[in-house]
Write a protein that binds this ligand. Structure first.
Ligand code: 6LW
Length: 488
């Protein structure tokens, strides 16, 4: 079995996969970004193409109101009765949702709320007589004991009515590590398997599994639990966990899961956030044995050009087409008097998916102010903008802002953001990467600011997402031409 890691680069966490015949479909979390919950297709688990998004209409989620980091958490994608199903939590938004579509490319349904399920990471499984089990992690996101964690729970549901048919029951909840979550139920060779993540999504992340003769338990944990973890290892892919199993047409097995490609001598920082990886699984004595996640050949250099608002582009709490449009090849953004500190910025971007990256565009700020931003969230972002005869570089870190300015005598300026990992030797290698914010002049490129990238990483921004790089407008109309993402 050949696998390519990262399987899907850039912040695509909490992957879930299903196989229908020879076709695999995979979905990931997207939090407060739209469009939400991308669906990828593959026939070999190696090359994946996005075929659509479950959430293409803002009303399907309540991301307009959720706090940063809320929104679409951890979908499960399954196929049953000729329909594709996605169960997902709209965290601090609509709650536990079921989406359906005959075609995984969409359009998907509006999303039905499953009342009475207070938790995250909902999984769907059907037994032979068509009973549907919804198994989830009882992290309480509402009510008086919000924030409490009551382990793994399960209810039988009517999936067409999105109704729970009984009170939740407690299930096997791991080996005692914190945050048992990401439950998935499987049937194989007369056993029901309940696989979960535990240990938290940070460096202690792990996958554990149990088996029993019934889908509603009881379950007995595997002797080898956790069956997969990178904790306390020097592996380049850390935080591995939140797995989903899938068999191949010829009976092999694989697990897709999240991981982080950490940087720095002590592997302390992860600029790209949690990405999708895959590893091979074999079965011994009725238990899965998962190989450690290995990085494969480095991703080929990528150049994304053009500014069509295709599926690569995302926006914050709004669809890209609601904040920008493409006119005669230019990406045109219409400012609303707010900048990147706003939780609803006029910003469209793409996920950073290479440690070495350059994002550039020719910005025409003749009728407004705007530029390029490397964003983690509204409190952690590095920007370079042009307006009112000035180029301004800005570092914004949770309450602290520093700016650098230089005069320009033309409103049309090529701006760029470059990131580069630090050399992995010596004490300056304790950080992750450097971020240069610059612009081109007739005399050559000028780096207006060079900042430490460690403050735009999953560990410091304490965010479930990852870096997103793109263009924004503060006020007036700003056009971006020759938009290029180059990564290696
Ligand atoms: C996801 C859960 C998790 O629902 O974080 O830490 C949540 N692990 O499995 C968002 O990724």
């Amino acid at each position: 079995m050949r696998l390519a890691n990262p399987t899907i680069a850039g912040f695509y966490p909490d992957p879930s996969v299903v196989r229908v015949g020879d076709d695999y479909y995979l979905a990931c979390s997207t939090f407060e970004y739209l469009p939400g919950i991308p669906v990828f297709h593959s026939r070999d688990l190696v090359s994946w193409t996005r075929v659509g998004h479950v959430v293409g209409r803002p009303e399907q989620l309540a991301v307009g109101q959720v706090p940063t980091g809320g929104g679409a958490w951890a979908p499960t994608i399954r196929h049953h009765d000729g329909l594709f199903w996605v169960a997902v939590t709209d965290a601090l938004g609509r709650g536990t949702l079921l989406f359906t579509a005959p075609d995984p490319a969409g359009p998907w349904s509006d999303g039905a709320v499953v009342e009475g399920v207070d938790g995250i990471d909902p999984d769907l499984a059907w037994d032979a007589d068509g009973t549907c089990y919804l198994t989830y992690s009882a992290l309480r996101l509402s009510g008086d004991n919000m924030g409490a964690h009551d382990g793994i729970e399960q209810v039988r549901i009517d999936p067409y009515a999105a109704k729970a048919l009984e009170e939740p029951r407690s299930m096997w909840s791991g080996t005692g590590l914190m945050f048992p979550e990401a439950p998935h139920l499987y049937q194989r060779d007369g056993w029901w398997y309940l696989m979960i993540a535990e240990g938290g999504t940070e460096r202690g992340h792990a996958v554990s599994i149990a088996r029993g003769r019934r889908p509603d338990g009881p379950f007995e944990g595997a002797p080898a639990n956790p069956i997969l973890s990178a904790r306390s290892t020097s592996r380049p892919v850390q935080n591995t966990g939140h797995g989903d199993l899938v068999s191949t047409p010829d009976g092999e097995w694989a697990m897709v899961l999240l991981g982080m490609r950490t940087l720095g001598m002590t592997r302390a920082f992860s600029p790209l956030g949690r990405e999708t990886f895959a590893t091979r699984v074999t079965w011994v004595d009725g238990w899965p044995v998962a190989e450690p996640v290995h990085l494969t050949e480095p991703a080929a250099p990528v150049s994304l050009t053009g500014s069509g608002l295709d599926g690569d582009w995302i926006a914050v709490r709004r669809l890209p087409a609601d904040v920008a449009d493409v006119r005669a090849g230019s990406l045109v953004l219409r400012g609303e008097g707010t900048g990147m500190d706003d939780p609803r910025p006029v910003f469209v971007g793409v996920r950073q998916r290479h440690h070495r990256m350059r994002f550039s565009a020719e910005i025409d700020a003749g009728a407004g102010t705007g530029g390029l931003s490397l964003r983690y969230d509204e409190a952690h972002h590095y920007d370079i903008e042009v307006g009112d005869g000035l180029v301004t570089a800005r570092g914004r870190l949770s309450g602290l802002t520093q700016t650098w300015t230089a005069p320009v005598d033309t409103p049309r300026v090529t701006l760029w953001i470059e990131t580069a990992p630090v050399a992995a030797a010596g004490f300056d290698a304790l950080t992750s990467d450097t971020v240069r914010l610059g612009y081109d002049t007739p005399a050559g490129p000028v780096a207006l600011a060079t900042l430490d990238g460690r403050y735009l990483t999953a560990e410091t921004a304490a965010s479930f997402t990852g870096r997103v790089v793109g263009a924004y407008a503060v006020d007036g109309t700003v056009a971006a031409d020759a938009v290029r993402y180059e990564g290696s």
